[in-house]
Design a protein around this ligand. Structure first.
Ligand code: SAM
Length: 224
C-alpha cells in the first residue's frame, strides 16, 4: 500500500492520496466537511426527514477509510435511528491505515472502538457495530456487486470521473441503481451534464443541491 499517503485537508481532517490513481479519497477543501455535507446531510438526513422513517438502509460505493460510515453511524446512534450499512470496496484498506486517519477525533468513542474491533469481520459478514447499526463491507468491484436487498440511499463516492470514468458510465450507474428502492436517494459530491443525462435516462428526478466547500453544486437524484 505504498501508493497511499496521508494529506491534511483545509478543515484539518486527513485524507489519503492514491498515487496510482492520482486522486485524493476526499475533497482537499475538507474531508470531514464534505462527508457531513454531501452524504450525511444532503443524502441520509434528507431521506429520513422526507419519509419520517426511523430506519435506513445505505449502500456506499467506495467504502475506503469508512469516514462516511462513521459519520452516519454516529448520527444514527445519537438519534436512535436503525442504520443498516453496506459498503462496496474493491481494495479494502489495512486496519493500521484506518487507525491512523485520526477520525476518532470526530466520532463517539463507542462507535469508533466498535468499528475498529469489527472492521475485518465486517468484510466476511454483517456485524453489529452499535445497537442501532450494522455494517457489511463487500470486497468486490462495483460491477460485480450482487444483493437480494434493496437500499434507501446510495452514497456514490467513487474517484472523480476524470480519473475513473468507467465508474460513472451508463453501465455502472445502471447496475448500482438497480439496488435502490423506488423513492430512494442517490447522492454524490459532483454534478456534470453527462451524469444528469445518465441519471434521467435511468428514471431519476434530478435535484441540484449546494456543493460542499470547493464545489458550487452536487447531485441528488430520486428514483421515480
Ligand atoms: C473517493 S475514494 C472513497 C473514499 C471513502 N468513501 C472514504 O470515506 O474514505 C474511492 C474508493 O473507491 C474504491 N474503488 C476503486 N475502484 C472501485 C471499484 N471498481 N469498485 C468498488 N470500489 C472501488 C477505491 O479503492 C476507494 O476506496
Amino acid at each position: 500500500m505504498n501508493h497511499l499517503s496521508f494529506a491534511i485537508t483545509s478543515d484539518g481532517s486527513k485524507t489519503l492520496f492514491n498515487k496510482e490513481v492520482g486522486e485524493h479519497y476526499h475533497s482537499r477543501h475538507g474531508a470531514l466537511q464534505e462527508s457531513r455535507h454531501v452524504f450525511l446531510h444532503t443524502g441520509m438526513r434528507h431521506f429520513l426527514e422526507k419519509t419520517g422513517l426511523k430506519k435506513v438502509k445505505i449502500l456506499e460505493v467506495g467504502f475506503g477509510t469508512g469516514l462516511n460510515f462513521l459519520i452516519s453511524a454516529d448520527y444514527c446512534s445519537t438519534q436512535e435511528i436503525q442504520l443498516d450499512y453496506t459498503g462496496i470496496e474493491a481494495y479494502p484498506l489495512q486496519i493500521e491505515m484506518i487507525e491512523n486517519t485520526g477520525y476518532d477525533n470526530y466520532i463517539s468513542d463507542f462507535v469508533w472502538n466498535s468499528f475498529i474491533k469489527h472492521y475485518q469481520q465486517a468484510q466476511l459478514k454483517k456485524v453489529l457495530i452499535t445497537k442501532h447499526c450494522t455494517l457489511k463491507i463487500e470486497h468486490v468491484k462495483m460491477l460485480d456487486f450482487k444483493s437480494d436487498e434493496l437500499f434507501d440511499v446510495i452514497y456514490f463516492d467513487a474517484f472523480a470521473a476524470i480519473h475513473q470514468p468507467e465508474m460513472w458510465d451508463h453501465e455502472s450507474l445502471s447496475h448500482i441503481c438497480k439496488f435502490l428502492n423506488p423513492g430512494g436517494v442517490f447522492v454524490t459530491y459532483a454534478i456534470t451534464g453527462d451524469l444528469k443525462r445518465t441519471m434521467k435516462s435511468l428514471g431519476f428526478a434530478i435535484e441540484k443541491a449546494p456543493g460542499a466547500p470547493g464545489k458550487r453544486e452536487m447531485l441528488r437524484a430520486v428514483k421515480m
